[in-house]
Ligand binder design. Structure first.
Ligand SMILES: [Zn+2]
Length: 478
């Protein structure tokens, strides 16, 4: 990179909400339905149709605002953002402009070199989405208005990020929070979580911001990083050559990895915002805010801290377990039933996550519930089965839905802790492998593993490995 320049990035994220219905009418907002099948006079923009605000949208906005440290406005206003486009039948989009519902928020991100960093969030406002144009063939386009009036939150950050990596860290954090809150399904490809990036550069040490380009069409974290990195190089090359950056909107093309100009600069005044006369000011009481606050789930950052401070888990474990809400909830349910947090962590990160990934199911659909898994862990703890046999039990529970005790009983998997029985097996194995046993006695300690392995094999995994070890030591001294 051109080390003479400092990169300045601000992000605008559109979060599509998981409400059942649209923001100003009762139409369903299911993705992938027959074009124009989910429309009514309101979202078709027919004259005289009046919008009615969906209360759930406000609730989700407050939730998201609180989870990202915003102040919730007691009174906010819906405004018309005027522009013409064929997918916008009303000729304006209902959004919020001067008085948005949330202001002055922030998030912490982890940076690679400098530890935690606070990223300011200017505002979050509610708005409706537009429809979608479908271009078919060379001279025909159709419009699908199923998406028109779909509720969005627009989350506008301060220009606080200084690299593509910081931008990605911020986006992933925000993505994780809206997923935890359940207000968004988080699907980048389907456009449920969309990001526009404002990117500019300035000579190091300069206070004044450089001219920015706005990057659109960024539908994966990887593309966002690529697009920002390409854009920084492009701007630096222009300035190096004595040129000037033009304020414009640029589209990222994932195939070429380049950004290209889409349209020239636009400013807020181009949209002739004014308060929507069809919607009264939105008043949010303190009681409402406090009720929503009291219902917020424990957020990923708090979980990460608790897993380390209260349970003594290593940072790696805490990170994996808190990354997704459903994984964390599975783990929390398991720990509530089985006190050894590290053992629980090992099983969730190991068998459980491996199996759900392999079977391509969600952890909430895991047939080995926290209750069933706790049953397995109890039997390891009381030495009924070894850790190795426990994996067989886990598989069997997965297939049959039976409890650990049922599986252990039916399959005869109970660990052999009868010293005499184990010793008898060991004696046979020593007799069959006298050569190795003499070497072991002679000091070749590595061979202990061989004998333990043979006994485990002969006992079909049921011998208690600790006991086998002790008996071998006894025989060596013999
Ligand atoms: Zn509708």
């Amino acid at each position: 990179m051109h080390s003479r320049y400092e990169v300045v990035i601000g992000l605008e994220v559109h979060v599509q909400l998981t409400t059942k219905t649209k923001i100003f009418c009762g139409c369903s907002k299911d993705f992938g339905q027959e074009p124009n099948s989910q429309t009514c006079p309101v979202c078709l923009g027919l004259p005289g149709a009046l919008p009615v605000l969906n209360k759930q949208v406000v609730e989700y906005a407050i939730k998201t605002g609180l989870a990202t440290n915003h102040q919730i406005a007691p009174r906010s206003i819906f405004a018309r953002k005027n522009y013409f486009y064929p997918d916008l039948p009303k000729g304006y989009q209902i959004s919020q402009f001067e008085l948005p519902i949330c202001e002055h928020g922030w998030l912490n991100i982890e940076t690679e070199d400098n530890g935690p960093k606070k990223i300011g969030i200017t505002r979050i406002h509610m708005e409706e989405d537009a429809g979608k144009l479908i271009h078919s063939g060379t001279n025909s386009s159709s419009v699908d208005l199923n998406r028109a009036c779909t509720p969005l939150l627009e989350v506008v950050s301060e220009p606080d990020m200084r690299s593509a990596d910081e931008a990605i860290a911020y986006l992933k954090k925000l993505h994780q929070i809206v997923m935890y809150l359940g207000v968004c399904d988080g699907n980048l490809e389907e456009g449920s979580f969309r990001c526009d990036a404002n990117v500019s550069i300035r000579p190091k040490g300069q206070q004044e911001l450089g001219t920015r380009a706005e990057l659109k069409n960024l539908n994966s974290f990887r593309f966002i990083k690529q697009a920002i990195e390409y854009e920084v190089e492009r701007q630096a090359d222009i300035i190096d050559d004595g040129g000037e950056i033009v304020q414009e909107t640029r589209l990222f093309d994932a195939d070429s990895g380049l950004t290209r100009s889409m349209r020239g600069k636009e400013e807020a005044h181009d949209y002739r915002y004014f308060p929507d006369p069809d919607l009264v000011p939105l008043v949010v009481s303190d009681d409402w805010v406090e009720r929503v606050r009291s219902e917020l789930p424990e957020l990923p950052e708090a979980k990460l801290q608790r897993y380390q401070d209260e349970m003594g888990l290593p940072p790696y474990d805490a990170g994996v377990l808190s990354a997704e809400r459903e994984v964390a909830e599975y783990f929390d349910a398991l720990v509530a039933l089985h006190a050894n947090a590290k053992v629980c962590s090992n099983w969730v990160m190991g068998e459980v996550l491996r199996a759900v990934k392999e079977k391509e199911i969600l952890i909430r659909d895991c047939p080995v519930t926290p209750e069933l898994l706790a049953g397995v862990l109890e039997r390891i703890a009381d030495n009924t089965i070894s850790g190795k046999i426990a994996k067989t039990v886990f598989e069997e529970i997965w297939q049959t839905g039976k409890t650990a005790d049922q599986v252990i009983e039916e399959k005869g998997l109970k660990q052999v802790t009868d010293t005499g029985a184990i010793e008898a097996i060991l004696d046979e194995i020593i007799a069959a492998n006298m050569g190795q046993f003499e070497e072991l006695k002679g000091g070749k300690d590595k061979l202990t593993g061989f004998f333990v392995g043979q006994v485990m094999k002969a006992s079909k995994g049921k011998a208690n490995p600790g006991m086998v070890n002790q008996l071998i030591q006894k025989k060596i001294k013999g």
